[in-house]
Design a protein around this ligand. Structure first.
Ligand SMILES: Nc1ncnc2c1ncn2[C@@H]1O[C@H](COP(=O)(O)OP(=O)(O)OP(=O)(O)O)[C@@H](O)[C@H]1O
Ligand SMILES: [Mg+2]
Length: 577
């Protein structure tokens, strides 16, 4: 059983749970305490009178707490990356309570899970359990296991009750944002902020996207609830499987894989997926893992930000690009625990630039199958379409899912389309999104390998190319003669023509200067059609005929290709041998 629900059941059985013993918060006195020096005036507004040294010895929190570092969404992200996981979330909240952060906004889709976490926190964060109090417009203020406080359904009345409540408590207000049009509510919320930061009471708000009144933007601290950990998913699986009588779970060593495959799902999504996989079965074996991936693909797709790409392309499907392949081979073991123990940092990412149709997107797809990590594609246009509220939130959500799935490859195809060509408001949004993304790339601790591709490479902003962002920038050129040979052979084999020696590929590869990989693939396909049309196997002649029907793009774009090559000469290393 995982931590959260263990706590929940423990608390249910705990007599203190019913009636928490009174805990008074320390009286506010003027003076300088050790916490004071850490406060950020700019963020918190006028600092409250700091508790006297004597007050701190009577601090009701159970342990010593350094102050949190975050105050902006960007700072918040970096903190959460360093401390990903539910334990880190719990630690972070303790620090926030210790430093008397009055209003804390937790960004999450998982309200119920958050409430359980807060309930558990209220039981443990202080030297004695304190009440966890919820509010909703339908129920009013509810102390656990007690009748709702009368006349507190209206947000104003509820906030008043928070203000006047004499004891330390954690308050969680559901959907308060629905009442922000009322100036009195906003005013009262500001009063609550001012009053609560002199106490150890705290007010929590939450939602999938950040919604706080403008007047409180500087005061409210924002943190993310991390996605469920493997331990929590284990608990959900056990709960679902345990509820199905007579079901034999025969996963053995694959169980870990199943849980790892579920990372990135919310608790409810995982519960739904497990139920779907197990319902009506007498026994389940490793084959459910593939079905789980399919379920997950559907769920993640429904959210609309990321796509799961099935592992369809291997390194062997790519003709040439030997330098790039070698780079990948050398780093095969870099994501393992052994590499970490050895002191190796996992690679951060790769930028594959170059000429259209030469295998950039293929190469990225092959990384994931070669390194055996899931591949998820991030479409920057969907970020701007703000599918999860605001573009910033959508990017954060995408990163959150990717980090929960880590180790994984995050593929951003044609990254330049998202970064250039906008002006006015669009440009400033693109700059904001882009700088959040770069900060994340620079600081990320999770094993999310970013594989980006770009065509219009001379338009890429220099910040993207700076050291520390991508481990390597590769330039994919038009294939050389021997690469053309390999590409033709790969595509013949793909069409069930496995023996390249049956053809004069040497001479065809010599005659196809300027052909890119896509055109060579097209050449083979056209030859196959010609042969099929005449009801016979493909011949050399078909290949030649097909060749004569294709005008390579590079011939018409020679100037542009020269420019691209000039750019790449000094900035990238060649993917081709
Ligand atoms: N090196 C290669 N080996 C085998 N096939 C290739 C290679 N390069 C390209 N192809 C073929 O061309 C198609 C297009 O390749 P891919 O999409 O990877 O190119 P790209 O460089 O990403 O192009 P674009 O810049 O237009 O997105 C592939 O599906 C494949 O059939
Ligand atoms: Mg591509």
């Amino acid at each position: 059983m995982g931590r959260l629900s263990r706590d929940a059941s423990r608390r249910a059985a705990d007599p203190h749970r019913q009636r928490p013993p009174p805990v008074s918060y320390p009286s506010v006195q003027r003076g300088r305490g050790p916490l004071r020096g850490h406060r950020r005036g700019a963020h918190l507004g006028t600092p409250p009178p700091a508790p006297a040294a004597a007050d701190l010895t009577s601090c009701p929190l159970a342990c010593e707490h350094p102050l949190p570092q975050q105050c902006s969404p960007l700072a918040r992200k970096s903190v959460m990356q360093k401390n990903a996981g539910t334990q880190a979330f719990d630690d972070e909240l303790r620090k926030l309570l210790a430093s008397r952060h009055a209003i804390i906004y937790v960004q999450t889709y998982e309200e119920e899970r958050l409430e359980r976490a807060l309930d558990s926190l209220a039981a443990r964060a202080f030297s004695q359990p304190i009440p966890f109090v919820t509010w909703s417009v339908t129920e009013g203020l509810c102390f656990a296991d007690e009748e709702p406080l009368p006349n507190t359904n209206e947000p104003l009345a509820a906030l008043d009750a928070v203000l006047t409540h004499p004891k330390t408590a954690l308050f969680f207000f559901r959907d308060l944002h629905r009442h922000y049009e009322d100036p009195q509510v906003v005013r009262r919320l500001r009063d609550v902020y001012r009053a609560l930061r002199r106490s150890y009471k705290a007010l929590f708000l939450s939602g999938p996207e950040l919604r706080i009144p403008r007047e409180l933007e500087k005061e409210v601290i924002v943190i993310d609830l991390p996605m469920p950990t493997m331990e929590e998913l284990d608990e959900v699986f056990q709960e679902v499987a345990g509820g199905m009588k007579g079901l034999a779970v025969e996963l053995g060593e694959h169980y870990d894989k199943l849980l790892r495959g579920s990372l990135g799902l919310t608790e409810d999504e995982a519960r739904g997926a497990f139920t779907k996989l197990l319902v009506g079965k007498r026994s389940v074996g490793p084959s459910i893992i593939d079905r789980l991936y399919e379920e997950k693909r559907q769920i993640v797709r429904k959210e609309g930000i990321l796509d799961f790409i099935p592992p369809r392309i291997s390194l062997d499907d790519i003709g040439g690009l030997e330098n790039l392949k070698d780079w990948l081979r050398q780093r095969l073991g870099f994501f393992t625990r052994e590499a970490k123990d050895f002191g190796l940092e996992p690679p951060k990412g790769l930028l594959v630039t170059g000429i259209s149709g030469c295998g950039k997107s293929m190469a990225v797809q092959a990384i994931s199958s070669y390194w055996q990590m899931p591949l998820i594609r991030l479409d920057m246009n969907r970020i701007y379409a703000a599918l999860a509220g605001t573009p910033e939130r959508t990017l954060e959500r995408a990163i959150q899912i990717a980090e929960a799935i880590a180790p994984c490859v995050l593929w951003i195809d044609e990254i330049e389309t998202a970064l250039v060509g906008t002006d006015g408001e669009g440009a400033s949004l693109a700059t904001r999104i882009f700088s959040s993304f770069l900060t994340w790339m620079q600081e990320k601790q999770q094993m999310v390998f970013v594989a980006a591709t770009a065509n219009e490479i001379d338009q890429l902003p220099p910040e993207l190319l700076r050291k520390g962002r991508f481990d390597q920038i590769f330039f994919v050129d038009l294939p050389t003669q021997s690469e053309r040979y390999d590409i033709l052979a790969v595509h013949l084999a793909k069409h069930n023509v496995p023996n390249p020696d049956d053809f004069d590929l040497l001479s065809i590869s010599k005659s196809t200067t300027n052909f890119n990989g896509a055109e060579l693939a097209e050449l083979v396909k056209t030859a196959m059609y010609l042969a099929f049309d005449q009801g016979r196997a493909v011949t050399n002649k078909d290949l030649y005929r097909a060749m004569s029907q294709i005008v390579p793009l590079a011939t018409t774009m020679s100037e542009r290709i020269k420019e691209i090559k000039r750019w790449a000469d000094t900035r990238a290393i060649k993917a081709n041998d």
